[in-house]
Design a protein around this ligand. Structure first.
Ligand code: IPE
Ligand code: IPE
Ligand code: MG
Length: 199
């Protein structure tokens, strides 16, 4: 029987969902049309990963730095999240498990509720585990991890790399072997900076 290893599939793929603005510009469309098209493409990719047996997919949807964009663009992106989350029930029927990483405290309250609902609705799915990074920043993630470690009173000499790995958002899953940035740039832009050491 063919196994994952035979097919040499990565266990965890991460995607920096970049290039929406340029995609739209090339078609003489507003940037927000690029974000909408990106959201659609994301669903297609998640389904495909599920179909071929990828175990973990992490997508960078909104960074802690993206709040600096014009308010109209941020609002449009938030509305795309709302639409997506409202029909994320689709994913449940497809056996895809949805989780979110990032700092929820900075997100609009109704979206935080939709996120929790989507996680709850898909919690028993056994297929692809899809993690969406929203209001995520790798440095911010490490700051939160350090705060938690200090709060737990762990002694400095007891802090190891494993301690850090156990306090970041991705503690329940392996580091990504492959990170894809389809816009053609090679920056990480603050994405999974701890987890990408061997990607
Ligand atoms: C990424 O696409 C989407 C988000 C950051 C939410 P961009 O909007 O950065 O598109 P480009 O990089 O300007 O083409
Ligand atoms: C990274 O893309 C963030 C997301 C894709 C969500 P950006 O377009 O925001 O990153 P920079 O500005 O090119 O570094
Ligand atoms: Mg960009």
């Amino acid at each position: 029987k063919e196994t994952l290893i035979d097919r040499k599939l990565p266990e965890h793929i991460a995607i920096i969902m970049d290039g929406n603005g340029r995609w739209a510009k090339n078609r003489a469309l507003p940037r927000t049309a690029g974000h909408a098209a990106g959201s659609k493409k994301f669903k297609e990719i998640a389904r495909y990963c599920n179909k071929i047996g990828i175990k973990h997919l992490t997508v960078y949807a909104f960074s802690t730095e993206n709040w600096r964009r014009p308010k109209e663009e941020v609002d449009a992106i938030m509305n795309i999240f709302r639409d997506y989350l409202r029909d994320s029930a689709n994913f449940k029927s497809e056996n895809i498990k949805l989780e979110f990483i990032g700092d929820r405290t900075g997100m609009p309250e109704d979206i935080v509720e939709l996120m929790a609902q989507a996680e709850y609705d898909s919690k028993d799915a056994t297929g692809l585990k899809c993690y969406m990074a929203i209001n995520y920043g790798g440095r911010d993630e490490l700051v939160h991890a350090v705060r938690d470690i200090v709060k737990e009173g762990i002694a400095p000499e007891d802090i190891t790399e494993d301690t850090i790995s156990a306090h970041i958002y991705t503690k329940h899953y392996p580091d990504p072997e492959l990170i894809i940035r389809p816009s053609g740039e090679y920056r990480l832009s603050n994405f999974l900076i701890w987890q990408s050491a061997y990607s």
